[in-house]
Design a protein around this ligand. Structure first.
Ligand SMILES: N[C@@H](CCC(=O)N[C@@H](CS)C(=O)NCC(=O)O)C(=O)O
Length: 376
């Protein structure tokens, strides 16, 4: 990555190569063939650039455009770049594939945090020295090389508590989480033995969202890299494809087809993740009813129960998850009249119990905050 002094014009991606959402955006920029400068987030970059751009939140990635605007949130970065750079669109043309793409975006961005955080922080014996170095490199760029890992201690203490305190991963649900992860990776490996990307010959939003946790956590952190990813050659080949600017790109699968190999993954998602999202929606509604004066929502509102592969947990409730789910509903609302019927027929034929439940209070993520849509 460049140091801040070496930059020229173009896009600047502020982030870290071990950050889930940074590598999602990096992969997208490479796919589109857009030149960009990568800047590692040191203390200085966080204080001088990130916090002023986000209203005080030290979060990555942040993208600076050639016009000098700062964009935060990986999904919004992709949306905004898609609206400007129309070549190599990552939105399939028809509804079924659009919905499946958004479901994989939801899965990658908001549910794969479980395996990503679990395999990074609950296998410290294997991962810790790598992680301290990776985080320390970012932060204390002015320290001598041999000392930089010390700079990783503070972030390791912060993020190391995420699996337990934020996501409610415990000794009792970790085995179920691991069994589901193994199965998911097998299913993806099988899928990529038949298709280059999720929906055929070109990547969609969902591919980029999957890439974040699969590359930055599972393929780089030593334990999951050696035990989960290395044995999966088709998944590895997809990870490599997602890291480059392909010379030629293929086509979406014809006829709005969704590969059968994705259906088992959606079954798990509907049973576990959508159940969690509906609880988040209920809690978000309750919160808004008791805080009618608030235009924006907090990042966390208490805790909700969840189930993962048959095991229970309790985690912080993030209203942001509702907004991600609303992105799945968007193409259904704006589709041509006959398409929602086709989507329903396909879902029924696959026994996929998806009911597009509308939230009572729709939300919009803007300027690093989640807003009530009716208050904007
Ligand atoms: N929804 C955001 C999530 C960004 C995010 O959670 N980034 C992590 C690093 S991968 C972070 O900076 N976390 C700091 C925090 O949550 O306070 C996105 O898609 O960009």
């Amino acid at each position: 990555m460049n140091s801040i002094h070496e930059l020229d014009n173009g896009y600047y991606l502020y982030g870290s190569p071990v950050s889930y959402y940074t590598v999602k955006v990096r992969s997208y920029l490479r796919y589109k063939g857009l030149p960009f400068n990568q800047v590692q987030v040191s203390e200085k970059v966080a204080n001088d650039i990130i916090k002023p751009a986000t209203g005080g939140w030290r979060v990555v990635p942040v993208l600076k455009t050639p016009q000098g605007d700062y964009i935060q949130d990986s999904s919004i970065i992709l949306d905004e770049l898609e609206s400007v750079h129309k070549d190599r669109s990552i939105t399939p043309p028809d509804l079924k594939q659009q919905v499946v793409s958004s479901l994989f975006e939801l899965l990658g961005d908001d549910w794969l945090v479980y395996p990503a955080m679990h395999y990074r922080w609950n296998y410290k014996r294997y991962n810790l020295s790598y992680i301290l170095n990776a985080f320390g490199r970012n932060r204390k760029t002015h320290w001598p090389k041999a000392m930089r890992w010390l700079g990783g201690i503070k972030p390791a203490l912060k993020f190391g508590s995420v699996p337990r305190f934020m996501l409610g991963i415990s000794k009792s649900n970790a085995p179920a989480l691991e069994a589901w992860t193994q199965q998911l990776l097998d299913q993806l490996d099988c899928h990529f033995s038949q298709h280059d990307y999720l929906l055929g010959g070109r990547p969609c939003y969902g591919d980029f969202s999957l890439y974040g946790p699969l590359h930055a956590h599972l393929a780089l952190d030593p334990y999951p890299r050696d035990h989960l990813i290395q044995p999966k050659k088709h998944l590895l080949a997809w990870l490599e494809r997602m890291n480059e600017t392909p010379e030629n790109i293929g086509e979406w699968l014809p006829g709005d087809a969704v590969p059968e190999t994705l259906v088992p993954i959606l079954h798990w998602q509907f049973r576990d993740q959508l159940h969690y999202i509906h609880q988040v929606m209920d809690k978000t509604t309750d919160w808004i009813k008791t805080h009618p004066e608030a235009n924006t929502l907090p990042r966390f509102i208490g805790k909700v129960d969840y189930r993962i592969n048959g095991a229970d947990g309790k985690r912080l409730c993030t209203p942001y998850s509702q907004w991600m789910y609303e992105r799945v509903l968007e193409p259904i609302e704006s589709a041509d009249a006959y398409q929602p019927g086709e989507l329903t027929r396909w879902l029924n034929s696959q026994n996929l119990p998806f009911k597009p439940i509308q939230p009572n209070y729709p939300t919009v993520f803007q300027r690093s905050r989640l807003w009530r849509r009716d208050r904007l």
